[in-house]
Design a protein around this ligand. Sequence first.
Ligand SMILES: O=C(O)CCC(=O)C(=O)O
Length: 280
Amino acid sequence: MQTLTKEQRRAWDINGYIHLRGVFDGAEAASFCDKVDALRAQPGYEPTDLPRGHYGWVEHGNPDTESFMDRRDILPYDAAFRNLIDRPEVFDLVVDIMGPYLAFSMAQAIVRASDPEFLGYTHTDGGEGMRRVRVTESSHPLAMKALYFLTDVLEPDSSNFTVFPGSHLRPFPELDEPVITPTTPGAVPITGKAGDCILFSHSLWHGPGRNTSGQARKTLLYNYCQMFVRPYDYGLAADVVEHCTPRQRRLLGDLGYDFRPGSYVYVPEDQVELITGPGS
Ligand SMILES: O=C(O)CCC(=O)C(=O)O
């Protein structure tokens, strides 16, 4: 398997994120864009009037492909979404960062519309509990994401994915302190091309910035966690498992045997071989 270069490892350790360029070529990025647009005609999980962080079932999304969309649990919709979970160029690096005892925990497609009213927001991943957990520099993270740009983000104010480098390792303002926003000093609005991928730690403060560019930003987000962490899309991917390779099945929680006490905390004997093997 590939491993991080020295520069990538340094970027991960110090900044909490890595920018991979050209993971998809233009044609593949456009093809993923079409697949994301096609989700709108189908039922699925989107933010509804449920409390923050929860998703409700909708019969279809807004058909305007430039309007906001946040669709979760997207693996069942297309083999290309499924196969992205362990595509070697990125997955190898995820394994180098996370170690082999990992699971796939969330697949999401987001469209950030051009909308002067939306000012963006900044957060860590994993809800209220994980916000208060910061592992050390030399530790594997609890969770991380691969964010794929499907459209170019070449200028500021294009709903740039905005990060606070190094914030994954230090105390950062929490609930009782001023709210961190994409314009707080220290924010870095990332620019990149369709097909780039950003790997980032769950504890990095990050989020979308405002978008007055006239064009929506379209993104895929794939989340990985340590196997003992409960996945976001828990149980929802069961119907895709039958189409998956053994490695993909394992990443989606299929241990090869029924759940027994100790499962997921202690892993199957073939875990390392399966995760680091050829994958097919
Ligand atoms: O890309 C976005 O707009 C939001 C991404 C994000 O904040 C997240 O994945 O938690």
